[in-house]
Design a protein around this ligand. Structure first.
Ligand SMILES: [Mg+2]
Length: 374
């Protein structure tokens, strides 16, 4: 079997769909990350396709090794986004060629279904609470919220701290103690500010606090983790095993959140999960907007013993697939079809296709117009 063609389609909600076609009529699908640099990632896929066209798509690990290790700039997330999409699409082709879902090829499952969470927004406390209740009514048993929807100063006022606590308290009060409430600080908070807020959040018992500060400095994260009883989560911006090594070794977080669309793909996600496992850390894959990313994560997590929960931002994919995921009572079922277990409905793909790449978004403090992290 030989790879013959690469097609990349930018779609709404910052998605990219990669389709790798073969001379035997099989087409594999992958979801490379697409945030601010979709055009660059598309170009990176084209560059990698020069090497892959004519090769056997089932030699996935060997292709990954060549494309990663022969690259001078191998840890670049943009290149890893391209590589992640290629990994997914080739695994999809392998699964189709063998008539088995990807999760079975990875050793089968250690769980019957995958727990997922929904997100809720504000900015008023009652809006967060209403959204959380709607999610619970739909069957979710865990919700996530960002209690800092507006820019935060390096050290902000007691009023800002109170507002933050009220938002989380409103959700906890609405859903009760049986529902998990996760918080995402979205890396927009300084370590000093995080340490002001976290002690007051502890009585509300969040499931975890995600990116409580900027993610680049592991020691800053460690300092926060050691200051609170709330489990700390991070990792949506990290790539490959090497990108998670220091967090694991220092145990600077309790929950790792690799995103399968740029961490290196399904096989690399499994290796990151194993690294986390030996440090007694859990995995909660990031997937904010893309349904194929959710599907690929489900395959990766089916056999991972230290899996915690999956983000479900992309939903079940009914707007893209012939066979959307089955969601019930807070869980999705493992796809039983061959390969990815979902196939692209070309008419739906055309309806989602975008022709303009969109503007870079930014967030500025209203008082002095200074740039905040987003
Ligand atoms: Mg996040």
């Amino acid at each position: 079997m030989k790879i013959t063609q690469f097609d990349v389609t930018p779609i709404q909600r910052r998605g990219l769909i990669l389709q790798i076609r073969t001379d035997e009529g099989l087409t594999g699908i992958g979801a490379p990350m697409n945030y601010e640099h979709g055009r660059t990632i598309e170009r990176a896929i084209r560059d990698m396709s020069d090497y892959l066209i004519g090769k056997d798509p089932r030699q996935i690990e060997d292709h990954w090794q060549v494309l990663f290790r022969s690259s001078y700039s191998r840890q670049m997330p943009i290149l890893l986004a391209a590589l992640s999409g290629i990994d997914m699409a080739c695994l999809d082709i392998l699964g189709q060629s063998l008539g088995a879902p990807i999760w079975r090829l990875l050793g089968g499952s250690v769980r019957q279904k995958i727990r997922v969470y929904s997100s809720t927004g504000g900015p008023e406390p009652e809006k967060y609470a209403e959204g959380a209740l709607r999610a619970v009514e739909r069957g979710f048993t865990a919700v996530k919220m960002c209690p800092f929807p507006e820019p935060v100063r390096f050290i902000d006022t007691p009023a800002m701290v109170d507002k933050t606590i009220r938002r989380v308290a409103a959700v906890r009060e609405a859903v009760g103690p049986q529902i998990d409430v996760a918080l995402d600080f979205h890396r927009a908070v300084s370590p000093a500010m995080a340490r002001m807020v976290l002690p007051e959040l502890e009585p509300l018992k969040p499931m975890f606090v995600e990116e409580p500060t900027h993610p680049e400095n592991v020691d800053a994260l460690l300092e926060i983790a050691q200051s609170t009883s709330i489990p700390i989560a991070t990792g949506e911006r990290n790539t490959t095993r090497w990108g998670f090594r220091e967090i694991c070794e220092k145990r600077a977080a309790a929950v790792l959140q690799p995103d399968i669309r740029h961490c290196g793909g399904i096989l690399e996600m499994r290796k990151i999960a194993s690294l986390a496992e030996i440090h007694y850390l859990s995995i909660a894959p990031h997937s904010a907007s893309d349904p194929l990313g959710v599907v690929a994560s489900v395959h990766a997590m089916a056999g991972v013993p230290n899996f915690l929960i999956q983000e479900y931002g992309g939903g079940n994919g009914e707007e893209l697939f012939h066979e959307p995921l089955t969601f019930q009572d807070g869980f999705v079922e493992l796809p039983e079809g061959p390969g990815m277990g979902v196939t692209i409905d070309e008419q739906k793909l055309e309806a989602l296709r975008i022709t303009e790449w969109g503007q870079r978004s930014s967030r500025r403090h209203p008082e002095d117009d200074s740039v905040n992290d987003i």
